[in-house]
Design a protein around this ligand. Structure first.
Ligand SMILES: Nc1ncnc2c1ncn2[C@@H]1O[C@H](COP(=O)(O)OP(=O)(O)O)[C@@H](O)[C@H]1O
Ligand SMILES: N[C@@H](CCC(=O)OP(=O)(O)O)C(=O)O
Length: 281
């Protein structure tokens, strides 16, 4: 059995979807058809008996549209206000769609502090565990509305890897606006070539994300996805970056098919989540 096929057996899966994959590029409005398909994918995995956690961006993008702003807000208070508006709109949509399949969803909002303090970290862990035991799909985002600059994760790629480590997930899937990792940013150079699998993460690989820092819609670019890959693989989870334009890619990955870039897990014996968060990754 090749390594890809082993993904069929992964039991606890964190799936992250970015703002650019949730919205129409032309208008910035939510892509409802894609959201419906995403929810069907997730509920079907749940029906197979898998534990599923969704890390969803989009609060600021949705709030920005609702507030009638043209550009992504840059002032922190404006971003936080947009997140406050957008997060509940987003959750309302998720609740409705999950409800159509009788699937219970829950909201978990976190800051870096949640991970740094032992008491809140253990609380968060226990809450996730309890929800998963109940068959619920937790939907996670950063608590953008209250997190200060110092206490922000700042991007959901990193947050999703932290969550994967916290819940001892065995697979993290990042849905992006691109097929996976290339040797360079393909939007900037036609010479960039696709990387199918990464078995070892070194400095040269980490540099591959440095060419760009994301779109007008999202925040992270490839840098944060590579940071996420380091955290996830060292915590013991495989990670795949795949294109979220067709969310059925989730099932294809779970069937062991060759989609996206696969980062192979190499659990570090001395892995400590608090140390990772403290060190700023
Ligand atoms: N080495 C690389 N391989 C692939 N994409 C890269 C690379 N370096 C930079 N990028 C850029 O990162 C973008 C994906 O990040 P981002 O815009 O934050 O998307 P998302 O909202 O899906 O997280 C790609 O569209 C691409 O332009
Ligand atoms: N927490 C923010 C998203 C942060 C983020 O990483 O965004 P993205 O690059 O779209 O995954 C929000 O909900 O708007």
């Amino acid at each position: 059995m090749n390594y890809r096929e082993q993904l069929k057996d992964r039991q606890r899966i964190v799936i992250k979807i970015g703002s650019s994959s949730l919205t129409h590029p032309t208008t910035g409005n939510l892509n409802l058809i894609k959201l419906e398909k995403l929810i069907r994918e997730l509920v079907d995995l749940r029906n197979q008996g898998k534990d599923i956690i969704l890390v969803s961006s989009g609060a600021i993008a949705v709030g920005k549209k609702a507030a009638g702003l043209k550009d992504r807000p840059d002032r922190i208070a404006q971003k936080q206000a947009c997140a406050a508006i957008g997060q509940c709109r987003l959750m309302m949509t998720y609740q409705k769609l999950f409800g159509e399949y009788n699937q219970i969803a829950a909201q978990i909002l976190m800051t870096k502090n949640t991970m740094l303090e032992e008491a809140t970290r253990v609380n968060a862990h226990n809450t996730f565990q309890e929800l998963l035991n109940m068959g619920v799909i937790p939907i996670v985002n950063e608590n953008d509305t209250v997190s200060t600059y110092e206490m922000r994760f700042g991007d959901n790629d990193t947050l999703s890897a932290i969550v994967a480590a916290l819940v001892e997930a065995d697979l993290l899937i990042l849905l992006s606006d691109i097929d996976g990792l290339f040797t360079d940013d393909p939007h900037k150079t036609s010479k960039a070539t696709f990387i199918d699998m990464v078995d070892h993460m070194d400095e040269r690989l980490m540099q591959m994300g440095k060419a760009s820092t994301g779109t007008n819609v999202g925040t992270g670019g490839m840098v944060t996805k590579l940071t996420a890959a380091r955290i996830a693989t060292e915590s013991g989870a495989d990670m795949v970056i795949a294109n979220g334009k067709d969310v059925h890619v989730i099932h294809r990955i779970m069937e062991g098919k060759q989609f996206g870039t696969l980062f192979v897990a190499h659990r570090k014996e001395e892995f400590s989540l608090a140390d990772y968060v403290e060190a700023g990754y």
